[in-house]
Design a protein around this ligand. Structure first.
Ligand code: ZN
Length: 148
């Protein structure tokens, strides 16, 4: 197995996680935050770009907004999905109201929209509220398609 690079969702520090170390217990070498807290963080534009550019694992982003009812009702499902998908995938959130430039760059038409990235490239996206099971199955489907 090769080394894994995980970007801290709090400070953007790039952490090398050795294959023999349990990733779920790993903490950021820069700020001490758990790398996988089971609670997807809302991140800003700079950290978003850093996650995509420096993570060696696939990155899933949930694009949402505080005024969007379906987004709010999907939030617990997304958080629960993080418990199942991490550390294989990094789950983050992007508030499209707080980060309109990123949302526009991603050509978001409706929310909630989930986008899966790997190696800085968009692999797949899907719109509409989903259950935890649907999220996990959709992501695993994409992972087996891309061989991640
Ligand atoms: Zn950190």
């Amino acid at each position: 197995m090769t080394e894994t690079f995980v970007v801290c969702a709090k400070c953007g520090g790039v952490n090398r996680v050795a294959p023999e170390r349990p990733a779920l217990a790993a903490k950021c070498g820069q700020c001490g935050t758990k790398l996988f807290a089971g609670h997807p963080e809302d991140i800003g534009a700079a950290l978003f770009d850093r996650q995509l550019a420096r993570s060696s694992i696939p990155v899933l982003v949930d694009v949402w907004a505080p005024w969007c009812g379906p987004c709010l009702s999907m939030a617990p499902a997304y958080e629960a999905a993080a418990g199942e998908l991490e550390p294989r995938v990094r789950l983050i959130k992007l508030n499209s109201e707080a980060e309109p430039a990123v949302a526009s760059r991603l050509a978001i038409r409706g929310i909630p929209t989930m986008i899966l990235f790997w190696k800085s490239r968009e692999v797949a996206r899907i719109s509409g509220a989903m259950t935890r099971t649907q999220i996990v199955l959709w992501v695993k489907d994409q992972l087996s398609t891309i061989g991640a």
